[in-house]
Design a protein around this ligand. Structure first.
Ligand code: PGA
Length: 241
């Protein structure tokens, strides 16, 4: 694991953007695994800026997102489809038909999960997977548990995750109870992984990333086994203050 501690959130976002820029320079038709949440917003702003300055071209890129609430409409302001459109896709030259987010309105979320994995396979896997990290160590919506699922699946959200995400909704009751999430295999088979952790509330989980143990109770720790994983955090997450 490569580990980079930046002084600020902005600096962490810039370092993360450099990894994306390098990826697109090396392979313009990359399959990018993308994430939602507050953490990637700074990185997305950097990518938009790089595109507007004329240096970064997304025209050949395919994107595949980690997860989506279930059930939720794509027009719902808290849906991850809406988040991606608003915070990235509509500002860059990615082909909307080549941006994939699990369908939060699928009649059968189980069938949607199976076709999501088939899509990842057809795309030849993910070249660069971006991940945020939950305070409880979840990645995507793979929540701490005795056993983790490999495949894309429907996950029951933990109380801790629903509480953490309640800040985006009117009240916790409105936070969906389920999500469709890529599983551990979709994530771990990405050729390259970039994990971003910012803010002092991520300190415990950043600490857990630094020893030599892995546990399904902190799903992010499994990433330590990945051969090409970079963790970028800010000083707040590193020091816990
Ligand atoms: P956050 O969420 O970026 O909003 O902290 C991260 C996550 O839950 O994966």
């Amino acid at each position: 694991m490569k580990f980079l501690v930046c002084n600020t959130y902005e600096e962490a976002s810039q370092e993360a953007a450099k990894i994306f820029e390098e990826q697109l320079r090396t392979k313009p038709s990359s399959v990018l695994g993308l994430a939602t949440g507050s953490t990637p917003l700074g990185l997305y702003r950097e990518l938009i800026r790089a595109y507007q300055l004329g240096g970064l071209d997304f025209s050949a890129v395919t994107t595949i997102n980690l997860d989506e609430y279930y059930p939720i409409a794509p027009t719902h302001e808290q849906s991850y489809r809406y988040f991606m459109n608003e915070n990235l896709f509509k500002h860059i030259n990615v082909d909307p038909a080549k941006t994939f987010v699990p369908d939060g309105q699928a009649a059968s979320p189980e069938d949607e999960s199976v076709s999501y994995d088939e899509r990842i396979k057809r795309l030849g896997g993910i070249d660069l997977q971006l991940l945020g990290i939950g305070e409880n160590g979840h990645i995507g919506f793979n929540e701490p548990s005795d056993a983790l699922r490999m495949d894309t699946h429907v996950e029951v959200l933990t109380e801790s995750t629903r509480k953490a995400n309640a800040r985006f909704f009117q009240s916790i009751d409105e936070v969906p109870t389920h999500a469709i999430t890529m599983g551990m295999a979709g994530i771990m088979t990405a050729k390259k992984i970039l994990l971003l952790a910012c803010g002092k509330n991520k300190h415990e989980v950043v600490k857990a990333m630094q020893d030599k143990t892995v546990t399904t109770q902190i799903p992010a720790t499994l990433l330590k086994c990945h051969p090409d994983m970079t963790l970028i955090c800010d000083r707040a997450a590193f020091e816990g203050r």
